[in-house]
Design a protein around this ligand. Structure first.
Ligand SMILES: [Zn+2]
Ligand SMILES: [Zn+2]
Length: 188
């Protein structure tokens, strides 16, 4: 699979976007699970580029929460207004799906906490937004506008071009505070 490479313009500190691959799951005390959305970030405690939790915006979450708690008829109505595309994965669709484990996201959001580093659990982490490239992912470096703390360099991103990589994928389990619990290999 193609990937992206992120590196500091000054010191070379960098990572491949393959750190976002695999499954990232919150698991609550009742063993219910919900997928964790994630993005590239820089953790000031790991001093590295890491996978960072991405929590939904309050507005998106509240809309989904209303759908989750709605009565039967209202749920039918909300479902009828969703797109027909079965592959469309919106937060509201997740909330309407009784098997999605939406309760777990609810428990996470009820903590009112900041998103954390999925490597060490620290909230001293910020996102590195990847610029839009109109689908072009050649091998030239593009600035992200994000500075490498205590270094002065800037993080740059480039595509892997025709270069592909195969990696072992893991299912990583976290508690609702975003603390790492365990990882198991995904068999394909
Ligand atoms: Zn640097
Ligand atoms: Zn960290």
């Amino acid at each position: 699979m193609p990937y992206r490479e992120i590196a500091c313009s000054s010191c070379g500190n960098g990572k491949w976007s393959v750190i976002l691959w695999g499954k990232f799951i919150w698991r609550d005390n009742e063993q219910r699970e919900y997928f964790i959305d994630r993005e590239l970030g820089f953790c000031r405690d790991c001093e590295q580029i890491v996978a960072k939790e991405k929590l939904p915006s309050r507005d998106d979450y509240n809309e989904a929460k209303d759908a989750f708690h709605a009565g039967f008829l209202r749920r039918l109505f909300i479902a009828s207004r969703l797109g027909r595309n079965p592959f469309q994965r919106s937060l509201v669709a997740e909330a309407l799906d009784r098997r999605s484990g939406f309760e777990v996201l609810e428990a996470v959001m009820a903590l009112g906490r900041e998103p954390v580093c999925l490597q060490c659990g620290s909230d001293r982490v910020f996102a590195i937004p990847i610029p839009e490239t109109d689908g072009r992912w050649d091998c030239s470096w593009i600035p992200t506008g994000v500075k490498h703390p205590d270094c002065g360099g800037e993080f740059l991103v480039r595509g892997s071009g025709g270069h592909r990589v195969a990696v072992r994928l893991y299912k990583r389990i976290y508690d609702t505070r975003g603390r790492f619990l365990e990882a198991t290999r995904i068999r394909r």
